[in-house]
Design a protein. Structure first.
Length: 288
């Protein structure tokens, strides 16, 4: 296993790799400034936060997580543990997007309103603390999918160090593995609201139902999955190589019982398996 580099080591101790050098240079160019990373606990923002911490120092490179109802409680706990492991100064903020009717109606631009609230909250926090800039974990590959949140980042003048360093998703994973970051192979995650079809209003009750259902699958050892919410129907997207687990003794019954306990009447398995961004297939050109 790759050993996690001590945060007390100088930046020069990081692996000799041109991708690492490019990322560190992004922050060297901001030496003397303070940069707050919008931190989700995913591998992208983790790498950004770690690089900022390495070059600028702990106090000048805080990480901030938006604690909203669409963030699973498991994810929030992982964020806290990760920040402790990496010796990051963690800030927890409440963006309040769930109170915005434009967010609640869950149109194709839901992420825009969510990220707008997050970045506005981070900007307020930055002004209070005298922080110079806000960074996110956007990488080169993120510019292809339907991502209204990128517009919100542009409007808030958020910097994207991974894009500046010309790193795509595979680069991020490679570099994170070289550095021994504990979540280098963590599957991509998304907020709970992404489990609702566009047009289905986002409510606390629906998010809690999805979270309870996904906790059931996680407790049973499934990984890299989604529970797509279709009111009384739960549509399970699990990786194809985990389909066979449903045939194990008692497993199907435990899945069904757990999801019915969460409030679903019908439990279906999507035969196409897990597909990141599968909810976007229903968007029209005008919505995207």
């Amino acid at each position: 296993m790759t050993q996690l580099l001590s945060q007390s080591e100088p930046a020069e101790a990081w692996p000799d790799d041109p991708r690492v050098d490019r990322l560190l240079e992004v922050f060297r160019q901001r030496q003397g400034l303070t940069v707050m990373t919008a931190f989700s606990g995913g591998i992208d923002s983790t790498l950004v936060a770690a690089a900022a911490r390495r070059v600028l120092g702990r106090d000048a490179a805080p990480a901030a997580v938006g604690d909203s109802r669409s963030l699973p409680r498991r994810e929030l706990q992982e964020v806290r543990q990760l920040a402790e492991q990496l010796d990051l100064k963690l800030l927890e903020v409440q963006p309040g997007e769930q109170l915005d009717p434009d967010y609640q109606k869950n149109a194709g631009d839901r992420c825009y309103f969510c990220k707008t609230h997050l970045y506005n909250t981070l900007q307020q926090t930055a002004r209070t603390l005298g922080i110079t800039a806000i960074a996110n974990g956007t990488n080169l590959d993120d510019q292809g999918d339907h991502r209204p949140g990128l517009k919100a980042a542009d409007e808030a003048d958020v910097i994207s160090p991974l894009v500046e360093a010309k790193l795509n998703k595979q680069d991020v994973r490679d570099v994170a593995r070289l550095l021994g970051l504990p979540n280098w192979d963590k599957p991509a995650a998304a907020c709970l609201a992404s489990r609702l079809p566009y047009g289905t209003p986002v409510t606390a009750e629906r998010l809690e139902q999805v979270e309870q259902a996904e906790n059931t699958l996680a407790d049973l050892g499934f990984t890299g999955f989604r529970v797509r919410h279709h009111e009384e129907v739960a549509r399970l997207e699990i990786p194809l190589d985990q389909f066979a687990r449903l045939s194990e003794s008692g497993m199907r019954e435990r899945v069904v019982d757990g999801l019915k306990a969460a409030g679903y009447t019908y439990i279906s398995l999507d035969l196409e398996g897990f597909r990141s961004g599968s909810g976007n297939v229903t968007l029209t050109v005008g919505e995207s």
